[in-house]
Design a protein around this ligand. Structure first.
Ligand SMILES: Cc1cc2nc3c(=O)[nH]c(=O)nc-3n(C[C@H](O)[C@H](O)[C@H](O)COP(=O)(O)OP(=O)(O)OC[C@H]3O[C@@H](n4cnc5c(N)ncnc54)[C@H](O)[C@@H]3O)c2cc1C
Length: 743
């Protein structure tokens, strides 16, 4: 590589103690142990299965089934259990589950999905089940302890139905629940008819949490219901899905026709005027479930990107070794393909994307951990106030939003201008705290699922391409080709990208979120002052541009007079949601590096080592910020200008630069004057009298956007130098001689 700025600061790939600080679990010993257990399974039995060709079939084979025991023995099956039900982790478990999925997906996301699907099956019961349901099914899924002789029961989550029913549209249920028998004074017995499509774990599940609608006037609305393989009737696992991906998980199209007691309705029910009224609709249950589990899926793709770094480094560096004319010590021997700038730059992009997706993903997982006790308190406080049921809660919380906004406004003021009593009272209000956290969670969850998996799979293709032909073989070190394919499933299941964009287009416009977003712009500007090398300034400018664009689009109409920002205008709302995700991921990436910097400075044993990582990761932040800002700028510009009709240069009504302004524009765009004069000559020869020229250069009313955009472009300063430094570091970083899992 050409001599550029010096950076040999990155000595080795980041070790666990660095990640523990960045992802904030250095004080959580149980999480650290869990990672070691999950890693042992991933790089042992899982890797051996993949290397031995177990992914060649979509059937659930005895070899694949050995994974379940490996999960049990490593404690992975019990992660979601509270100590009262035989678990070993107290408190919320979102971060713990995310770390397990991350470790497993580092090697194979199918194995990660196999582990996760069991937790997904239980999630409706965990989130909305009655205390009895929770106690029973948690106990049932706990692996046998020493001295116990019973197989653990395993679950599946069954929402999706054969076409034309449930997929993205979760309300289109064909599964039905009817009353089969209801004897006076006894519990009703229900008849459940449900067919599933693409149901994970179905090859071996003993129970299923299934979404069904009422098929009986004596049952109100929809619900989720627990079905067991021992219930009377048909529990047909169905045929295995002929999937191309995640072959270490089991996926089938099952058929159920079963009689079950009404006590299996998740969350219970009431009897009102002779009608069974489930406490929760299926929609309420799946909302509570997916808002947590989708974050974990996003982290699976992040793990793949980061896992690609070492195999690519090794492949590139050793690519030409062994050639007769290539002697040790020569650049070709030592650097191999790393002599080529493009190869190293692209690896920098992959690594930077992996960092950003891990940062936003783990931030979201931690947020859900923080939120869990607050959410429980919210339910209790509202119940004490007599507010019950989702709709009544929503109305009550809508009013609290004003308090939350007031709190945010107060905290944004300099301390001497705040109303201390009001700020303290609002800050102590549990409902205000819930509304604040909820507004973030409602953005972060879909953002992680959307950006990590969607953009992540695009970047996995880049990773594959850097391995040349090997990339698309079964022998590819790090199984990168499989990981590329698998990432597309992560972008699809638990709601494809359209679902996440649809949610974001609502939640990102929530004023409580936007007020926090405004504060983040100030935060990023402040950071830019102290740490300009992180790209924080670029992100602040891009955030400002995004916010201006959202505000503009919410008020603007297109050239035909139709409002732009509205639910069915996905061409407007969806790209804007994408732009936001880029910015959020880059922000969390910067925050993690700053955390590493400040925390490692307190630990003398780490300070020196960490300095190298801080410097390298700061460069990655700068690279990622520039890319994120570029994407956001492009999307915003398309949306702001793209719905105006392009005026003709000689349109007398067009508000553009007049001929007299050509020289002014020339000052900004050299060569513009010559081009414009040529054009005016053509028009005049045409017989038209040109009075206006270049209306698209100075569109009326959008000067602010243009100023913000110009500022954003200027903020890209230094980002390519950062990329050069990071690339140089990649040519020097030490890696182990051999991978730590088989190929
Ligand atoms: C291997 C695998 C495992 C799975 N495991 C499970 C499981 O355990 N349990 C379970 O219940 N399901 C499971 N699924 C199902 C999965 O969640 C669904 O496939 C997914 O939610 C999408 O539904 P669909 O395939 O019907 O897509 P469709 O609903 O047909 O949508 C197809 C595409 O159309 C577009 N689209 C659809 N609706 C909209 C809209 N409103 N706005 C804009 N665009 C739209 C989107 O681009 C979308 O991707 C699994 C799927 C696979 C492949």
């Amino acid at each position: 590589m050409s001599a550029k700025t010096q950076s040999d600061s990155l000595r080795t790939l980041p070790a666990d103690e660095i990640r523990q600080i960045m992802w904030r679990f250095s004080d959580r010993y149980a999480h650290q142990l869990l990672i070691q257990s999950a890693r042992g399974v991933a790089r042992g039995p899982v890797a051996r299965l993949v290397a031995s060709g177990a992914r060649q079939s979509h059937d659930w084979t005895p070899e694949k089934a050995t994974l379940l025991q490996a999960f049990d023995e490593a404690g992975l099956t019990s992660v979601h259990l509270d100590p009262a039900h035989g678990g070993f982790l107290d408190g919320p478990k979102n971060l713990a589950l995310a770390l397990v999925a991350f470790e497993l997906a580092w090697v194979d996301a199918g194995a990660a999905t196999c582990s996760l699907a069991g937790h997904l099956a239980l999630a409706p019961i965990h989130e909305r089940g009655t205390p009895e349901q929770r106690a029973f099914y948690m106990e049932q899924t706990r692996p046998a302890q020493p001295g116990e002789d019973r197989p653990p029961r395993r679950g599946a989550f069954c929402l999706t139905e054969p076409i034309p029913y449930v997929g993205v549209e979760t309300g289109l249920l064909s599964g039905k629940v009817r009353i089969a028998e209801w004897k006076e004074g006894q519990e009703p017995i229900l008849q459940v008819e449900k067919r599933g499509r693409f149901i994970t774990n179905m090859g071996f599940a003993n129970f299923v949490t299934a979404a069904v609608d009422s098929g009986d006037e004596r049952v109100k609305g929809s619900c989720m219901i627990i079905l067991e393989d021992t219930d009377p009737g048909v529990f047909d696992r169905g045929t295995p899905t002929r999937k191309l991906v995640h072959q270490l998980s089991s996926t089938n199209d099952p058929i159920f026709s079963l009689r079950v007691p009404a006590s299996r309705i998740v969350g219970g029910y009431a009897i009102e005027k002779g009608t069974i009224v489930p406490r929760y609709t299926h929609g309420a249950v799946i909302d509570a479930v997916f808002r947590r589990t989708r974050v974990t899926v996003g982290l699976m793709t992040a793990a793949k990107l980061l896992s690609a770094v070492e195999p690519i480094l090794r492949y590139h560096r050793t690519r030409f070794r062994g050639g007769a004319s290539i002697s040790p010590g020569s650049p070709r021997y030592e650097l191999g393909l790393q002599q080529r700038e493009d190869a190293v730059h692209r690896l920098v992009d992959i690594w930077a994307t992996g960092e950003a997706s891990a940062s936003i993903g783990f931030a979201a997982a931690r947020l859900f951990d923080d939120m869990e006790p607050v959410e429980r308190r919210k339910d209790e406080v509202l119940a004490e106030q007599g507010v019950e049921g989702p709709r009544a809660q929503m109305r009550a919380l809508g009013k609290i939003s004003q308090d939350a906004l007031e709190y945010l406004k107060q905290t944004a003021l300099p301390p001497h201008r705040r109303d201390p009593e009001k700020t303290e009272a609002l800050g102590a209000n549990e409902l205000v705290r819930y509304v604040l956290l909820d507004s973030l969670a409602s953005v972060l969850c879909p953002a992680v699922k959307l950006w990590n998996t969607g953009h992540g799979s695009t970047m996995m293709r880049e990773a594959v391409s850097l391995m040349g032909g090997y990339g698309i073989t079964e022998d590819c070190p790090g199984f990168l080709g499989y990981k590329w394919m698998d990432s597309q499933l992560e972008a699809t299941y638990e709601g494809p990208e359209a679902v996440q964009r649809r949610q974001l287009s609502v939640t990102m416009a929530n004023e409580v979120f936007l007020e926090q977003f405004r504060q983040w712009i100030v935060e990023m500007r402040g950071l830019a002052n102290q740490r300009p090398g992180t790209g924080a300034c670029t992100i602040a400018s891009a955030m400002q541009l995004w916010l201006w664009t959202l505000t503009h689009l919410r008020a603007a109409s297109d050239a035909n007079g139709a409002a732009l920002y509205q639910g069915n205008r996905q061409g407007v709302t969806f790209p804007l949601a994408d732009a936001l995700c880029w910015l959020l991921a880059a922000r969390y990436q910067i925050l993690d590096v700053l955390e590493l910097e400040s925390r490692s400075a307190e630990q003398s044993d780490l300070a020196e080592v960490a300095a190298g990582y801080v410097s390298f990761f700061s460069d990655l932040c700068h690279v990622q910020s520039a890319r994120a800002a570029g994407e956001a700028g492009r999307i915003c510009a398309e949306l702001v200008f793209g719905y105006n009709r392009h005026p003709a240069w000689n349109d007398p009504d067009a508000q553009g630069s007049g001929a007299e302004e050509i020289d002014e524009v020339e000052g900004v765009i050299p060569g513009f004057a010559a081009e414009a004069r040529l054009f005016l000559d053509v028009i005049e020869a045409d017989g038209t009298h040109a009075v206006k020229a270049g209306p698209c250069v100075k569109p009326a009313g959008l000067e602010t956007f243009q100023r913000l955009r110009a500022r954003l472009d200027a903020c890209l300063a230094g980002s390519r130098l950062a990329k050069d430094r990071a690339a140089e570091a990649l040519t020097k970083v030490m890696i182990p001689e051999a991978p730590d899992y088989p190929a």
